[in-house]
Write a protein of this length. Sequence first.
Length: 276
Amino acid sequence: MIKNRSLYQILNILPDASMDEIKTGFRKLALIHHPDKNSNSPESLVNFQIINNAYNTLVSPEKRKAYDIYLKTSSVYQNKSESTSADSSSKVHTAGKQWSLQNLCNQFNFILWEIEDILNSTRSVTDINLYSGYTIHQWLLRILIFTDKWVLQPAGFIDYFYQARKIGKNSVSDLLKEGFNNNSHQPYRNIYDYFYDIRKRMDKFIKSIKTQDVLKTIDGHDIKLIDSIFESQKLAYHYLGSINLILKNNGSDIEQFIHSNKCYDQDHRELIGFHR
């Protein structure tokens, strides 16, 4: 089974941990995994950033609330992840350096399984209801396009259609903004086509990713690939939690995700409109 440890498990704490317990959990792991204590190896840099990301998410009331909603509403997470007890997460101390990177990448499997379940459950339903101005499929597209543009493309996993036509990676999202159209010269006729293409490329990404890859700076931006991985996953948790609440008839609105870096807003401010 693909392993997936929550942010709580990464810090070796329980989901109801207090702020002091979160800080204590972080300090204990920092003493072990800080790059200064590990000859500044690339693996220790990745491990520490993963720990730091978990800490920064859980000490923020807003980010923690969004993450908790995702955990509580995600049937995929509940059914496929490991036990959420603090004891099970103690392996983070001894499981090895590569384990952390693999766990980080495996988070995308759970996110995409979640999106696939939502798409399948809404396949026979006309997607016309608006939530904060957009349909559920349009909110899902925001997750997919961000992951495509800021994770898969910088990692070298650009769609073959655009690669064959020598279309620059910065232009892909602009072309998709024109919308899915059966009459246009595009590889995707609907969100399902686009999702399964993302799924295939993500599988290749997860199987081939190496420590040095995620530490590379993304061309033209003062951010590394690992920063975009964190951002993509936080964005997904934020929107998927809200969507799950709506599907369970426990919500009606979706709040806009606030990016951590203004570069992520560039060329991504207008939500995609598309034709079924």
